[in-house]
Design a protein around this ligand. Structure first.
Ligand SMILES: [Zn+2]
Length: 496
């Protein structure tokens, strides 16, 4: 069969709607350790190629690996955060395959005895909560990196950087419970949020700290059995995950509709072509000739260790969101935005601690601050306004020293210049006019200029009052205390 033509065939929405996709994700996250999984080499990203290597991670004969305690603690922490059951006894196995970036000739992983099993994660898609099963979490080490481009002789040679060899990873395997690309996106996003909150991984996708493989099959809705699945490898961005899944689902439906069969295989997402492409026929577990690693002791996780890790568990996103709504009386929506990342939640709490009123802080951060950061493509860790500086500004708005409108202007200048709110208010003369006498003088002048409108007001036209307020505000460049303006104008008008 000519696969290219069937792949390109557009499928009607009606045909698509008769099918459902079945998706499971395998997520690899790099553990946030200073050293590698089984040796003392640094995990620092971006160091000169091959500078962080030793006989252990290069797999030289006679070298003996020793498990990094911190890596195990982080893997246990992730397991607990994902509601997995830690197995008392787990074991490292060798996953044998040949690849130039794998000097040992095998990857150290866990096979029949993984670290933890039977977990779950709640995701929210379009307001609906869904529970996604997690089959297992196991530890493994990473391979090196082949560099196929970027050198003058890249047309002839490939280079290899072994710095990544032996970097500790966890692999988290979901049940095939996801049904749409949106659910897969939400799952990965929620998982990433939890791994970041617990400081298990920095989840930096550009640096390869978080990667995802997707198992995808389709079946007619209501069909009892799963279809044949294809695995799309190495999706290292949320966008690629969504696009690859959408493409793959449509490809498989098209194949079946045109009388073809989905082949079990491993595919790659070709970013520039916008399609998945076959990489190799799917390997099976037995192809890897797994066997227990004779150089490593079985992992025995005692209850005491689990309790220790559990006690030191940082607050999880869902708990933080609940605490924000109850402690700070902010809306669940605002709490959801503010707990989006731990860094943002920390920023908010630091501002409140520095004296900012919580509701105002929530509002300003969610609207003014995030919008400006988004415009610049920056995240909260790069915010030019420190939480304490924002708190100072909000205190001045709250106390009436400046109006809310002036506050927004001051905030823009703070954001652009890094100056303090007080300096900007003084330099630009933005202090709110709360002097009744001064406001009255202006109000009397405004009223005297518009006898027509005064007459209208006297004859019961309440709407014209807004005109007077507007005039006074204009005369004071928006700096008059609005409440005082209302009071004074009412009095002046009744007297005129
Ligand atoms: Zn090493």
């Amino acid at each position: 069969m000519n696969r290219t033509t069937t792949e390109a065939m557009p499928i009607s929405a009606e045909v698509m709607s008769r099918y459902e996709a079945v998706i499971g994700l395998e997520v690899h996250a790099q553990l946030e350790t200073l050293t590698k999984a089984f040796c003392a080499c640094s995990t620092n990203f971006g160091d000169p190629p091959n500078s962080n290597t030793c006989p252990v991670c290069l797999g030289l004969p006679g070298a003996l690996p020793v498990l990094n305690k911190k890596a195990l603690q982080l893997a246990i922490r992730a397991s607990l955060a994902l509601n997995l059951e830690i197995q008392e006894r787990s074991r490292f196995a060798r996953k044998n395959y040949f690849y130039p970036d794998l000097p040992k000739g095998y990857q150290i992983s866990m096979y029949e005895l993984p670290l933890a099993t039977d977990g779950m994660l709640e995701i929210v898609v379009e307001g609906e909560t869904k529970t996604i099963g997690i089959t297992r979490l196991h530890m493994e080490d990473d391979a090196g990196k082949s560099l196929h481009e970027g050198f003058p002789d890249s047309d002839k040679w490939s280079y290899i950087d072994f710095n990544r060899c032996g970097v500790p990873l966890i692999e988290i395997v979901s049940e095939p419970d996801l049904r749409t690309p949106a659910e897969a996106y939400a799952y990965l996003n929620t998982l990433k949020q939890i791994l970041e909150y617990t400081e298990v991984s920095d989840c930096n996708m550009e640096e390869g700290s978080l990667r995802c493989d997707a198992n995808v099959s389709v079946r007619l809705k209501g069909a009892p059995k799963f279809g044949t699945k294809a695995e799309v490898k190495n999706l290292n961005s949320f966008r690629y995950l969504s696009h690859a899944l959408e493409y793959e689902i449509e490809r498989q439906i098209g194949l079946i509709e045109s009388g073809g069969k989905v082949v079990q295989e491993t595919r790659l997402w070709n970013v520039s072509a916008g399609r998945t492409e076959p990489m190799r026929s799917k390997e099976f577990a037995h192809d890897y000739r797994y066997f227990p690693d004779p150089d490593l002791l079985p992992v025995s996780v005692l209850e005491g260790i689990v309790a220790e890790v559990s006690t030191a568990m940082p607050e999880l996103p869902a708990a933080k969101m609940e605490r924000f709504t109850s402690d700070y009386a902010i809306t669940p929506y605002d709490a959801g935005v503010l707990t989006g990342t731990k860094a943002l939640a920390d920023y908010f709490e630091a501002a409140v601690k520095a004296g900012a009123p919580a509701k105002a802080a929530a509002n300003w951060i969610a609207v003014e601050l995030l919008r400006r950061l988004n415009d610049l493509g920056k995240d909260i860790t790069e915010c030019p306004v420190a939480p304490g500086a924002l708190a100072d500004l909000l205190k001045q708005v709250e106390s009436g020293k400046i109006t809310a409108a002036s506050g927004k202007k001051v905030f823009v200048t703070m954001f652009e210049t890094g100056k303090s709110a007080s300096d900007i208010i003084a330099a630009e003369g933005l202090a709110q006019i709360s002097d009744t006498g001064a406001i009255e003088t202006i109000a009397r002048a405004v009223v005297a200029k518009s006898p027509d409108n005064v007459a209208k007001y006297k004859s019961g036209n309440e709407g014209v009052f807004k005109f007077f307020v507007g005039q006074v505000m204009r005369e004071t460049r928006g700096q008059a205390n609005p409440q005082l303006v209302n009071e004074v104008l009412k009095r002046v008008l009744s007297e005129s």
